[in-house]
Design a protein around this ligand. Sequence first.
Ligand code: HPA
Length: 274
Amino acid sequence: MSDQVGLSVAAIRTAAPSFQPRIGIVLGSGLGDFADAAEPVAILSYSDLPGFPRPGVGGHAGRLVLGHIEKMPVALMLGRTHYYEHGRPDGMRIAIECLKAIGCDILLLTNAAGSLRPEMPPGSIMLIEDHINFTGVSPLFGESGDARFVDMVEAYDPGLRQRLQHAAEQAGIALHSGVYIWFCGPNFETPAEIRAAKILGADAVGMSTVPEVILARYVGLKVAAISIITNPAAGMGTMPLTHAQTMAAGKRASEDVCRLLTAFLATEAAVEKV
Ligand code: HPA
């Protein structure tokens, strides 16, 4: 365990002695309200957790909420850091190692994304079934040891995906499924890049999540990820792409995602009891 992971784990243990979350959830742009669903045990600022990111994008709070939702012990990360903020792909590494160290065995990631599919308009929700790393960058650059050769087949856990689909059906929410492609950002893509991405097999495009999935698989967490579709990808819609529009559309779909996550956590808690 690195010094920073050790210090952050100690800070969490002091704030929430004996609390053991099972599921870590990274709440992307506009999803912070989901934390209101938690019965909190402790709330920590990232600034009190060595190595946690200093989120710099509007809509990202920088807090770790430990608590229960539907009786499931969870660790909610409000805010993430992105590769484009500093050019480091491992900005979430300490946080993810820390979630593992305090007991999580599942990491559920959420993000905002552009759609490459006309039948998946803004306001839709997409379960990520696989990804394309279009950046060529890995958060494991410089790592030594055989564990760095992470198997990325079924990186998005099939069992979790099935249970999320089931929860969506129960909650009456349409949940698409597709491939997410990671672009560096912070600029949006060109229409030519989006046409290329479509040929490669992508359904949604975004600037986050993929390095977190690689890190989570590296430390042995099971992963699931959900995209909120906020806009047609570049060249596919009529509106210019702006961050403000992304945030506004994310807010609307976030209610559905909150209901989906709540339904999912309720079924996970029920399974746990059996
Ligand atoms: N491209 C990249 N990232 C995004 C987009 C997009 O169209 N929408 C939301 N995040």
